[in-house]
Design a protein around this ligand. Structure first.
Ligand code: BGC
Length: 548
């Protein structure tokens, strides 16, 4: 009985009322407006310099790399000129020691090495050919031989140009102080050059921006995508804003003719000042012991990297409470598995970050009366042997409450952007499209349903408005998005004739790239391309971009 009562008390600490949701959306809008006025606010609202997107047909091969929370992905995208593309990729886990390396160079050298391996594995002929030529030409590489690379870098960056941005701070467990304030494109380029790779870092893009762009062409119908969001290891969103609403100065050059620009909100840092966010003792302790205390506090309540740890802390506190029977039945008669429960000293429950958020998904999807799947998971994943039904019920209740709180919190920035944009009042917008990606929104059971339920409870949206919101998965959008931005950047270089800009026509596959026919791709995807993307690459004027 004590266990049941304590479980209910803890669950209630994670509940967010509809009234709270409405106040939180108001707070989001006010912090978002602050971010449009000045730098250094909790919501950074970073200009991305993406003011338009291509919408025609073209051909070419682009590289894209994606440094996310856990993995580094290298891909090449061949745009076929007939609304399809071929994409292949390699994915490696970033070694833990590099996430906290002493020097930025250590991490970026590793990234460059992966690019070299990828070229070697998948484009051996072209790669070797280009390297040979590089060595044998006194003048160095010719522009035709250089592959343009879009760099998806999913951390807060002050973007200064389409291919330049300085790291503001690390998130998601990375902590390499040496990299702060440095241009991440230059850091990567330096390491690529050390390896003599025929690759130019042409564009820098946040994963949310890539997701927004990728979703724009995969979503059917006439609606444009308003938001690209990630709910995975971390969380963040990018959206299309009117230039006239951006009051703070935007340094550097950009094409203002469309009147709009994609902004990277960095909403993981929404309410760092804790004006409104709920804070249990476990949230506070987790933040204090994280690598970035006081920052990204919204992310620490919402994203996959942290949810398991919140559950671990609350469950551990219950286990340590002598008054509660959790995971400590005294004899086999109190356990329908006819055994007694024990926790291995090695259990992840006892270790910082020892409870993977995937356990929450298992808990949420097990609705059997015996909770046998969850109980097996507790054994296999957490070395908790023979948990009783009551133990599993308590665990599930708390894990579900943490997951539900995350989903309701996730609705707050979406509602904020939506209400601020006024799109619900636009008679031409039947559907408001939101592109999302990330393990949480993809795999946590009913995450999107719980978001919709929360959106329906927000004044100004309501059940009718919520029905007009389409939250759709833009799987792996960031890679494709980065390649497409690289293409835009290559075109910009060409248009402006800057330095050693690209000398070739973008709609002509160069001799050296013609061998990129990708017949032996290990992972091959074929997607139709939305015309939205390609006016820029038809080799005509930059202002032909479609307005956002
Ligand atoms: C980063 C964002 C990123 C998000 C999702 C956050 O921790 O600050 O830049 O978009 O994670 O990957």
């Amino acid at each position: 009985m004590a266990l049941d009562a304590e479980t209910k008390r803890i669950v209630s600490l994670f509940e967010l009322s509809d009234d709270w949701l409405n106040r939180a959306v108001g707070e989001y809008i006010s912090q978002a407006e602050e971010g449009l006025r000045s730098d250094g606010t909790s919501l950074s609202q970073i200009p991305t310099y993406v003011t338009a997107v291509p919408n025609g047909k073209e051909k070419g091969v682009y590289l894209a790399v994606d440094l996310g929370g856990t993995n580094f992905r290298v891909c090449s995208v061949r745009l076929n000129g007939d609304t399809t593309f071929n994409l292949t990729y390699n994915k490696v886990a970033v070694p833990k020691e590099l996430m906290t390396a002493k020097k930025a160079e250590d991490l970026f050298a590793f990234l460059a090495k992966q690019i070299e391996t990828f070229l070697h594995e998948h484009h051996k002929d072209e790669f070797e050919g280009v390297r040979r030529r590089t060595r044998s030409t006194r003048k160095g590489q010719k522009d035709e031989d250089i592959f343009h690379l879009g760099f998806t870098f999913s951390y807060p960056v002050k973007q200064l140009a389409i291919n330049k941005g300085t790291l503001m701070r690390w998130t998601k467990g990375f902590d390499i102080p040496d990299a702060i304030g440095k241009d991440v494109c230059a850091l990567l380029q330096t390491e690529l050059d050390k390896l003599h790779l025929p690759v130019r870092v042409a564009a820098l893009v946040n994963d949310t921006v890539g997701t927004l762009l990728a979703r724009s062409y995969t979503s059917s119908g006439h609606s444009e995508t308003l938001v690209g969001a990630i709910f995975g290891t971390g969380t963040n969103g990018a959206y299309v804003e009117k230039l006239s609403n951006i009051k703070k100065p935007i340094e550097g050059e950009y094409d203002a003719s469309t009147g709009k620009m994609i902004l990277n909100t960095e909403w993981g840092s929404f309410d760092n000042q804790l004006n409104i966010l709920p804070s249990t003792t476990w949230d506070t302790d987790l933040d204090r012991e994280s690598v970035n205390p006081g920052f990204h506090v919204f992310e620490k309540r919402v994203s996959g990297m942290y949810l398991g740890e919140i559950v671990r802390r609350s469950i551990l506190e219950m286990v340590q409470n002598e008054q509660l029977s959790l995971f400590k039945d005294v004899n086999s008669s109190s356990n329908d598995w006819r055994s007694t429960t024990s926790i291995s000293p090695q259990s992840g429950l006892m270790q910082l970050w020892g409870l993977d958020s995937s356990v929450l998904s298992v808990a949420a999807s097990d609705n059997t009366p015996e909770l046998s799947v969850l109980r097996q998971e507790l054994e296999d994943n957490l070395d908790i042997y023979s948990p009783s039904l009551e133990d599993a019920q308590a665990f599930k209740a708390i894990a579900d409450a943490v997951g539900r709180r995350a989903a309701r919190l996730a609705a707050v920035p979406i509602a904020g952007v939506l209400l601020q944009s006024g799109q619900l009042n636009d008679p031409d917008s039947d559907v408001i499209d939101i592109g999302v990606d990330g393990s949480l929104v993809e795999h946590y059971p009913f995450f999107r349903d719980m978001m919709y339920e929360a959106l329906a409870a927000v004044d100004g949206i309501g059940p009718d408005g919520a029905k007009r919101i389409r939250i759709g998965i833009a799987k792996d959008g960031s890679g494709v998005g980065a390649a497409l931005i690289a293409l835009v950047a290559a075109k910009m270089e060409k248009e402006r004739g800057v330095g050693d800009a690209v000398k070739r026509e973008l709609d002509t596959v160069p001799g050296n790239c013609e061998c990129f026919c990708f017949p032996s791709f290990s992972r091959l995807c074929l997607f139709p391309l939305h015309p939205f993307f390609f006016s820029v690459v038809e080799g005509r004027d930059f202002p032909e971009f479609n307005p956002l």
